[in-house]
Design a protein around this ligand. Structure first.
Ligand SMILES: [Zn+2]
Length: 166
């Protein structure tokens, strides 16, 4: 094979691997909160759901009916930021705020979060350390690419329907 053909073969191979990974890994949905209305039935389709505990400063635990509905879906639930402000975890986040988020998550679902995905996938090294010290497993850019990740309000880089195809 010519050099160009080799490169093309490698690129195609990697693309096939990526599609296969996305077909076989659990589906996820980001941006779950009682105040966000999800498009279609993507919430049902997802295996892992990412919840923001204090969107607009309203604790999810205020809406216990919602908490029970989400729990009844029997899915893996991770924490997705605290307030989901713009590039939240790229900037300084203090320990107290993080604890508050974890407590609200606990008040809603009855257990502390063990998984964490930073909003907008932006995370500073200091905040990464803070999350690790809090025993949170971080799911980041790599995870986002090898999984089909829906967004509740269809605000992802690719629309929800795209993830159903590829
Ligand atoms: Zn998000």
């Amino acid at each position: 094979m010519k050099r160009g053909e080799v490169i093309l073969t490698i690129i195609l191979g990697l693309l096939i691997l990526l599609v296969l990974a996305r077909l076989t890994t659990p589906r996820e949905i980001d941006d779950i909160n009682p105040n966000w209305t999800c498009e279609g039935n993507y919430l049902q389709k997802a295996d892992i759901i990412w919840v923001t505990p204090l969107k607009n400063n309203v604790p999810i635990s205020n809406n216990q009916t919602w908490c029970e509905e989400i729990l009844a879906m029997n899915k893996t639930i991770g924490m997705h930021g605290i307030y989901h402000s713009y590039h939240e975890f790229k900037y300084f986040v203090n320990e107290t705020e993080l604890q508050k988020g974890k407590e609200i998550f606990n008040d809603c679902f009855g257990y502390e979060p063990t998984l964490f995905k930073p909003p907008y996938l932006r995370l500073s090294l200091e905040n990464k350390k803070l999350l690790e010290q809090n025993n949170l497993t971080i799911k980041w850019i790599w995870n986002q690419n090898i999984h089909k990740v829906y967004h509740c309000e269809n605000t992802g880089v690719f629309p929800n329907w795209f993830h159903d195809l590829f």
